[in-house]
Design a protein around this ligand. Structure first.
Ligand SMILES: Cc1cc2nc3c(=O)[nH]c(=O)nc-3n(C[C@H](O)[C@H](O)[C@H](O)COP(=O)(O)O)c2cc1C
Length: 281
């Protein structure tokens, strides 16, 4: 039997959510029970506007199309906050899912969310909360992160993410890079999500998914999908970094593995555990 499929799908203007998505993928692969494919959501802003915003070049990751969503058993969807809600690019993808809604093709699929905001209280939670109607209308199952990492109780440093999903605090000018704590929370989210999808799919088999795909294809309604002609849209993504990304996401990810970071991480965790023992004794 084929393994369940998890799609990690993100939109990112400046690269923070892209970096987070790589830790998510790492976590999804951890249990070894699901296959993963990485996609990005198509840009809707003009090149001129992107240049004025000093947007980062896009990573070499294929673009998702609305009709491709049917192939996933679970979707981890990440995006930066726009005024406390999802960006228009994500909305455009979902606005192209009318045909899938009509055929109930996405019903029962699990969805987890992850985020980036400029500031600590810029709306990671409201971004999740205001996205839920999309999932409810499709009959998709929202899988929150919960308090799955001790770093989520860390009040000594800035840590993005919440019970709603992992997250990065990018800073008002985008100059903060994802920290090892944020990346670890993202990895945990990926791992937990993969375990849940595995459990949900067990007992079902891929034939059900194929049936969903057939009924989606047979649905009468014609609804536009996000640029399915894009040359990048066909192949599953490799975990490729942006070719000319001027920000140093690599450095941050590498730092997470360095012994200095691990030492610091170890002592931070020990401190948190000690605090916890006091509170919950
Ligand atoms: C139009 C616009 C609206 C934004 N609204 C918010 C906001 O409500 N709260 C916040 O903290 N950051 C806000 N930001 C900052 C972005 O969330 C930040 O650039 C993003 O998290 C960086 O992620 P990325 O590198 O993946 O694009 C906004 C940015 C733009 C361009």
């Amino acid at each position: 039997m084929a393994k369940p499929k998890v799609f990690v799908i993100y939109y990112s203007t400046y690269g923070h959510v892209h970096t987070l998505s790589q830790s998510i993928v790492k976590g999804v692969l951890k249990p070894g029970t699901v296959d993963v494919e990485l996609y990005q959501i198509a840009e809707t802003l003009s090149q001129d506007t992107l240049e004025k915003m000093h947007a980062a070049p896009k990573a070499n990751v294929p673009e998702i199309t609305a009709d491709k969503l049917v192939d996933a058993d679970g979707i981890l969807l990440g995006f930066p906050t726009r005024f406390g809600t999802a960006p228009a690019q994500v909305k455009a993808l979902f606005d192209a899912t009318g045909k899938l809604w009509a055929s109930k093709a996405l019903q029962g699929k699990s969805v987890g969310l992850f985020f980036s905001t400029g500031s600590q209280h810029g709306g990671q939670e409201s971004t999740a909360y205001t996205f839920l109607p999309h999932l409810a209308h499709h009959g998709m199952i929202y899988v929150p992160l919960g308090y799955s990492s001790l770093y989520m109780f860390d009040n000594d440093t800035i840590v993005g993410g919440s019970a709603w999903g992992s997250g990065v605090i990018a800073g008002p000018d985008g100059s903060l890079q994802p920290t090892y704590k944020e990346l670890e929370i993202a990895e945990i989210q990926g791992e937990k999500f993969a375990q849940i999808v595995t459990k949900l799919v067990a007992g079902t088999d891929r034939e059900d998914v194929e049936q969903q795909q057939e009924s989606a294809a047979a649905a009468p309604e014609e609804v536009a999908v996000v640029d399915s002609q894009s040359p990048a849209a066909s192949a599953p993504a490799q975990l490729v970094k942006p070719a000319t990304d001027s920000t140093s996401h690599d450095d941050t990810a590498a730092a997470a593995d360095s012994s200095v970071a691990n030492k610091e991480k170890g002592s931070a965790v020990r401190k948190l555990v000690a605090k916890f023992k006091k509170v919950f004794k």
